[in-house]
Design a protein around this ligand. Structure first.
Ligand SMILES: NC(=O)c1ccc[n+]([C@@H]2O[C@H](COP(=O)([O-])OP(=O)(O)OC[C@H]3O[C@@H](n4cnc5c(N)ncnc54)[C@H](O)[C@@H]3O)[C@@H](O)[C@H]2O)c1
Length: 351
């Protein structure tokens, strides 16, 4: 298996996605259709992009600011000018923001293009490219407009992760989330390795495939997010979303998720559900992989709590959050708002 590319099928509802992961996995991709390519990626990895005809590429800026309606319009305009036909291929090459924008274009332009994904961040390889959700931000609301559309093929080329460890740390937050909430062998693998050994071998590839599988199997239970089965993916994210929003995205998603996992573990401990010292294990992982703990002021915590209280996940005065219980397990807790607030405030004093 050493150095080999792994291929497998991911099933989500009626859709089957071919998932390909490995070093230089992009090599087998042909030049069919149109490509939406991150400008950043084309600057850092020109050798990866030059295999595709320049005339077929639409370069876009990336980052959260790219998920704008005028960007959507601009790309659709170019597709019209190039007379791109319905049902032809649209491939994106970039992180989760390019993926969200491209997925939305693929699902709406002429009622549908065939989507292929070449995600270039660890987060997008194991998380955002899987599950079908796409979207753009609108009227100050993140992902306010979007659809569900799964790519036919996802190519996770691990070379894209080699030049910047921060890209790995950001995505590792979601891997750690999966580990503590669904599969503790992931945490064991991370504890038995470090950044260098993860990168220099098949470990990173195997972690990516395992985590893509986990995300797909959760989404497969609830392809259109109607049954609440995807809640488990929210572990650490209730607090993380609050912190991110209050920081106006100056705190990155990955850093907020790491903080959120620890915070929600503390809440679970106070509530009496958590039966092991997950926080010490988190501290070990952070040290090992060079993940810094973010400083969150009392004012930010107050702001985050207000943000959470206005969140769409609150129904009938209750909030449902996954609480850590045993290694690799969470249970859903449906908490009255007053109980949630009390746990949140107590945990904040102990962080
Ligand atoms: N659709 C979903 O299910 C889903 C799930 C989770 C997150 N998301 C979305 O994904 C987005 C975050 O994705 P992301 O973390 O990939 O962010 P991103 O696309 O903004 O990329 C992060 C940064 O890394 C740069 N970059 C991309 N690939 C790189 C590489 N290989 N090497 C160096 N730099 C690289 C980008 O230029 C950007 O500045 C958010 O908009 C979030 O809402 C969607």
């Amino acid at each position: 298996m050493s150095g080999e590319t792994v291929r497998k099928k991911l099933t989500i509802g009626y859709d089957e996605t071919e998932y390909v992961c490995g070093k230089n996995a992009i090599e087998a991709e042909n030049d069919e259709g149109t490509f939406i390519v991150s400008e950043t990626i084309s600057n850092i990895y020109p050798e990866k992009i030059k295999r595709f005809s320049e005339g077929k590429i639409i370069f876009v800026e990336d980052g959260e600011n790219s998920k704008r309606i005028d960007n959507y319009e601009e790309v659709c305009r170019i597709l019209m000018e190039r007379e791109v036909e319905r049902n032809s291929y649209l491939t994106y090459i970039g992180g989760g923001t390019i993926g969200d924008l491209s997925g939305f274009i693929a699902s709406t332009y002429k009622r549908g293009l065939r989507l292929k994904a070449i995600p270039t961040t660890l987060l997008s390889q194991i998380d955002s490219s899987i599950g079908g959700k796409n979207g753009i931000n609108f009227s100050g609301v993140k992902n306010a407009i979007g659809t569900f559309r799964n790519p036919e093929r996802i190519v996770a080329d691990t070379d894209f992760l080699m030049k910047n460890d921060q890209i790995i740390r950001e995505g590792m937050a979601e891997i750690i989330k999966h580990g503590f909430s669904m599969d503790y062998t992931i945490i064991e693998t991370l504890l038995n390795n470090d950044m260098e050994s993860v990168k220099n071998g098949d470990i990173l590839r195997d972690l990516i495939v395992k985590n893509a599988d986990i995300k797909a199997s959760v989404c497969n239970q609830d392809p259109y997010e109607l049954l609440g089965r995807r809640y488990v993916l929210n572990f650490g994210h209730t607090v993380a979303h609050g912190i991110e929003a209050i920081s106006r995205n100056s705190i990155t998603h990955g850093a907020a998720v790491i903080y959120g996992i620890m915070y929600e573990m503390k809440m679970s401990e106070i509530y009496g559900m958590m039966k092991y010292d997950g926080i010490s294990i988190m501290n070990k992982l952070m040290k090992r992989y060079g993940i810094n703990k973010i400083e969150v002021s009392d004012e930010m915590l107050d702001g985050s709590l207000s943000y959470i209280m206005n969140d769409k996940k609150i129904r009938n005065g209750k909030i449902t959050i996954p609480m850590a219980t045993k290694p690799g397990m969470t249970n859903m807790a449906e908490l009255k708002i007053e109980v949630f607030k009390e746990l949140f405030l107590k945990a904040g004093r102990m962080m």
